[in-house]
Design a protein. Structure first.
Length: 427
């Protein structure tokens, strides 16, 4: 494949290279050459040709947190003025009816929206898996991703704490820890591919401290390290969660995770809003990552992640859209702009630039999921990218700074084209 006549490439490589009037040559889904058009090898033109005239190319975005099963329960009027715990109480009554068909079609819709808006890899925390046919639900989600051609990191979620523990999780969604470990091991053996350029990974992802037990966390961590897969959970999302952990365990959420050995370079937490300074320092020292989901955090009034402190302590940060029902969309471009505006408001001069947020959604996200060959356009990396077309009134005056454009102006609507390896989608 030869992508030629490209106006500009924002590579997000280690040198922050920008290429102008250039091409990308691809063999078997791997980038073999990037250079200016006047240095093109004539042999390349015998390949499949894609004309990218007047297009800006970016690395494919990597979404590090989603709940695709929520797609069919978004925009419900009853939930629009709720915070997390009451929101969950209401929606668990809906989600108890999830089956493999809902999982499959929800994934098609959510992953399709992500592809149309420049996302090439999605980490989905499927934590409301029905006890009946739980393994089939995992199979169906990978089938949906394969049908669309997007990379999927499936977070095999788990719930083992129910109403007697102070939440309203339906028994239909609860499993014993033995069942969780057995199903998680089955998912790893059946679907996980840890090789370079793979299309599917499994991540083990207990839901949250108020839905998953200490035993579940400890045994899940042991299993993940046996098979060298990543760990993920919700943590420090709300003050209600912090209060719950203190009342039940007399510990703060991160202290609880440390006790469970659920911390370290193979672990990332979703949200991470309510950490104190000492905890943020520990995250940086242990290389434990954070999936930042600003839109969901704003909608549910959960709070604002301490971006300045996280960056000062070199905490690895990626971006996620969170579940469709707490965001009502599956669009990482929107997430990037909301992230930029929220932290400009909250931190002014100390806020990250638009380009720094782009790198969170690419390089930072790739580190969280353990796929550092993604999120960067350079020779030897997979050809995961998206293009925007520089035309239309909404693009007038925007060509001064395409590094920051996606956050400062924000791209409206779908992208022009998304490519994952060698499969491409034109909107």
């Amino acid at each position: 494949m030869l992508i030629q006549n490209i106006k500009q490439i924002i590579s997000c490589d280690d040198n922050d290279t920008i290429y102008n009037n250039c091409f990308i040559y691809v063999e078997n889904g791997i980038i073999k050459d990037i250079n200016s058009m006047d240095k093109i090898n004539p042999l390349y033109t015998k390949s499949e040709l894609i004309d990218a005239s007047n297009c800006i190319i970016y690395p494919g975005l990597i979404n590090t947190h989603h709940h695709l099963y929520q797609t069919m329960s978004r925009n419900l009027p009853q939930t629009q003025n709720m915070e997390l715990f009451e929101w969950l109480d209401f929606l668990f009554e809906k989600w108890k009816n999830i089956n493999e068909e809902v999982v499959y079609y929800s994934a098609l819709v959510g992953l399709g929206e992500l592809l149309k808006t420049g996302c090439t890899t999605c980490m989905d925390q499927n934590d409301s898996i029905p006890r009946e046919n739980s393994r089939l639900c995992v199979d169906k989600e990978f089938l949906a991703a394969e049908k669309l051609g997007i990379r999927l990191c499936l977070g095999r979620g788990s719930l083992d704490l129910g109403p007697e523990d102070g939440n309203n999780v339906s028994p239909k969604l609860l499993q014993t820890v033995d069942e969780i470990i057995s199903d998680s091991e089955d998912a790893i053996k059946k679907h996980h591919d840890g090789s370079f350029n793979s299309m599917k990974n499994v991540i083990l992802a207990p839901c949250a401290p108020f839905c998953s037990s200490i035993e579940c966390y400890k045994r899940t961590a042991e299993l993940a390290r046996k098979y060298y897969v990543r760990l993920n959970t919700h943590l420090a999302e709300t003050l209600d969660e912090e209060k719950w952990c203190k009342e039940k365990y007399n510990k703060r959420p991160l202290e609880l995770m440390k006790e469970c050995d659920f911390i370290g370079k193979d672990v990332f937490f979703n949200h991470g809003i309510h950490f104190n300074d000492e905890e943020i320092k520990l995250l940086g020292e242990t290389k434990t990552g954070i999936s930042h989901c600003p839109t969901s955090n704003m909608k549910l009034s959960s709070g604002i992640m301490k971006m300045k402190e996280m960056r000062n302590n070199k905490v690895i940060i990626g971006l996620g859209v969170d579940g469709s029902a707490s965001n009502d969309g599956s669009n990482l471009l929107d997430e990037m702009r909301n992230c930029y505006l929220l932290h400009r408001l909250n931190e002014s001069h100390d806020a990250p630039s638009g380009y720094e947020i782009l790198k969170m959604a690419t390089r930072g996200s790739s580190k969280l999921i353990g796929r550092e060959e993604l999120g960067c356009l350079k020779i030897g990396n997979p050809c995961d990218l998206f293009m925007i077309k520089c035309k239309g009134v909404e693009m007038v005056g925007c060509d001064h700074d395409f590094k920051n454009y996606l956050c400062t102006v924000g791209h409206k609507g779908n992208v022009f084209m998304t490519i994952v390896k060698i499969k491409y989608y034109i909107n």
